[in-house]
Design a protein around this ligand. Structure first.
Ligand code: SF4
Ligand code: SF4
Length: 136
């Protein structure tokens, strides 16, 4: 049975330039579609992708990634902003690896573009009033 999942891969710095993802195709016959890619300030690599294949190959591919040191997160997780808590302090703007926060000229409000978010969770820890939340 074929399955398709949207997942986030977190690559430690030592793996960022390794051909890990191409091995999913060559060795496990999986197909992937990269939706977003980014490098965090700590130089962790982030890839949001749709991974497709038959169940057995998918499980083997995920096991291979995990054993290689890649952390895998399901995109059923979502980062949202609690608007009533946000003070528009701007602390999240420079730290978000994908530029999901922008400062609106004129109002000086911080806009959250959730379609750019790759669920790295960096803003959750960094937001002073804890306005950024993880949902499952
Ligand atoms: S760090 Fe938190 S409070 Fe500050 S602008 Fe970002 S989301 Fe709002
Ligand atoms: S979790 Fe926060 S810091 Fe990470 S990509 Fe999403 S908005 Fe940016």
């Amino acid at each position: 049975m074929a399955i398709s999942r949207r997942i986030v891969l977190h690559f430690p710095h030592r793996l960022v330039n390794q051909p890990i993802v191409s091995r999913l195709v060559k060795e496990f016959g999986l197909e992937f579609n990269i939706l977003k890619a980014a490098v965090t300030p700590g130089e962790e690599g982030l890839l949001v992708m749709e991974l497709t294949g038959n169940r057995r190959d998918y499980d083997r591919g995920v096991k291979y990634l995990t054993e290689a040191g890649v952390k895998i997160q399901s995109l059923s997780q979502d980062v949202v902003r609690n608007e009533s808590r946000c003070t528009h302090c701007g602390a999240c703007i420079t730290m978000c690896p994908t530029g999901a926060f922008t400062l609106e000229q004129g109002t000086r409000k911080v806009i959250f573009n959730d379609n750019k978010c790759v669920v790295c969770e960096l803003c959750i820890k960094a937001c002073p009033p804890r306005a950024m939340e993880l949902y499952f």
